[in-house]
Design a protein around this ligand. Sequence first.
Ligand code: RIB
Ligand code: CA
Length: 315
Amino acid sequence: MAARPVIIDCDPGQDDAVALFLAMASPEDLEIIGITTVAGNVPLELTQRNARMMCDIAARKELPVFAGCDRPLVREPVTAEYIHGDTGIDGVDVFEPETPLQDRHAVDFLIETLVNAEPDSITLVPTGPMTNIAAAIDRDPGVLRGIRRIVSMGGAMREGGNRSPSAEFNVLVDPHAAGIVYDCGRPITAMGLDVTHQVLSTRERVARIRELGNDVAEATAGMLGFFHRHDTAKYGSEGAPLHDPCTIAWLLRPDLFATKRCNVSVEKESELTLGHTAVDFWHVTDRPHNVDWTCEVDADGFYALLVERLARFGS
Ligand code: RIB
Ligand code: CA
């Protein structure tokens, strides 16, 4: 079966970086037709540089990387250096990547690619604030016909919030964009904190990755060795949640996850609960069922998949 064409829209971020590695390790499953970057964990000039660094480390310098929106649609920018470090990918030594930055703006790339694609052919994988994708939909709704599915990391239900008591970071940074995407009418699989907080990069799991002994595994172990600090101190759990790789893992092994179709709506007005995702899991309203909300994950199966795929970089 032909590999599934995907565009990964990200804000590296250590966990975004691992999601990129997992996708790059799976060419028979996923054809990465573009990596678009957005302001999120750190400013755009760093997220685009970090994405290109990961292409170098994975020896995939042919992958086209685009810079997109440098701020949310409406809100003032919010970043997360307190989690990811000033570089956005603390845990690996930063270098100037050879992978070039494409000249086109990411939103132009998204529009031109999706408008000219076969209907229902391209899967979008946003792992940061959804500003680029929302901007493309807003500028040219004709992009929708080319979208097969959107597999996003963002939002939360039972887990509450991480950046605020009631909102997850990606949605909080750009709630207006998240609302446009959730309501766009295309199939959506959403990975929220409810599942990502179940896939913790424990010391044992990081050690298994480091033992693989290739450059990608070494970079992954280094980044996870830094990335866990905030969450470990905050939650008292061991290891950081590997949020973004859950999107790629679902594409590779959907059997590792359980989802339920329901309504997800975003709070865009309240100062107290801005960015909250109201997940109508029990269908208590008549709001349209716009999202396949992910509610369970086989964490051991997820890490077995990650280790198996990262091992490929050494062969
Ligand atoms: O809330 C977690 C999400 O916010 C992840 O995508 C992480 O990389 C940050 O972007
Ligand atoms: Ca991210």
